[in-house]
Ligand binder design. Sequence first.
Ligand code: SF4
Length: 338
Amino acid sequence: MAPKTRPLLVRPGARYACFGDGLCCTDIHGLGPLTRREVTAIRRIDSGAAPYSELFEDHMLRTAADGGCVFLMADRRCALHAEHGPEAKPDGCRRFPLGLVATPSGGRITTEHRCPCRTLGDRPPLDASAAEGSLCSAPGRVRADRHIDEIRLRPRKRVAFSAWEPVERELLGRLAAGEPPARVIGEGAFPALRRTSWEAQADELISARDGTRFGHAAAWFGDTVLQLVRGDRPREPARPWADAFDRAEGRAPTSSTSREVWNDWLADQLWALKWAEQGSLVLARAELSTRVAVGEHIAGRLEAQGFRPDRAAAEAVFVVETVGESEYWEAVVKAIQA
Ligand code: SF4
């Protein structure tokens, strides 16, 4: 069956609301690139707000002196949204942290976990009708980020999407029941790499440190890999997004467990099916088990410093998801796959 975007489907247990913890509007990963149409529309409102960035080789939203988007107001609301309506915001701002994947059963609403509003505190269940407006490219027309119609359980074993659904249900059920994530994934961390080594990949990640928050996160990830595979002595963690987590912790006085944070993240990794575009479930298990091992180590160090278990896990999730989206991790996945 062909993938379709309707009906809109929400993963049971997914929770999210925007509390304005203020991360996506203050970090360069949330500020572009802009489409040509968005550049024109934004320049009509503020002629200098959508400059060309030599660094990113694309048009981005202009940042103010504090590094935040020029439209971010002191009360952490978006001036474009407040003064011109949600449709005035660039597509990336409207969607983040939501996404959509078309499947033969309908459009799965996905959520990124690079956002404390998604990972920390009391959050209402994700509501399909509330999310729909963010996912539309035109009134009533939702746009899918990817289309999946079959799944590779192993490199040479493709199955119809309907055969994958019961397998997935079982995995999601075990995560919802609180089983340890490493046991649900069922593959060891740090699988053999072809034509490279974990040490070499860790060095690449450490060399990504360029003063940006991403650079710090990548280096922290690389440093943790060296501790785990070679027993290197730990360095002081970088904690690039600590300010947003301070705000989130302030609005969420009660801690949940770190297991809840990890299992929620892993469930969304499976549900979002990005892995199904890259390769088989075997590959997904190998790379996810490695990121969980690195992330749990990072979270353990933060907990040892006195941070709340859910916050420690949420900050670590942020790091492993961000690195997982990067070209550095793409190279690792290729080396696992080879
Ligand atoms: S345009 Fe609005 S939503 Fe987008 S980054 Fe700027 S302040 Fe945030």
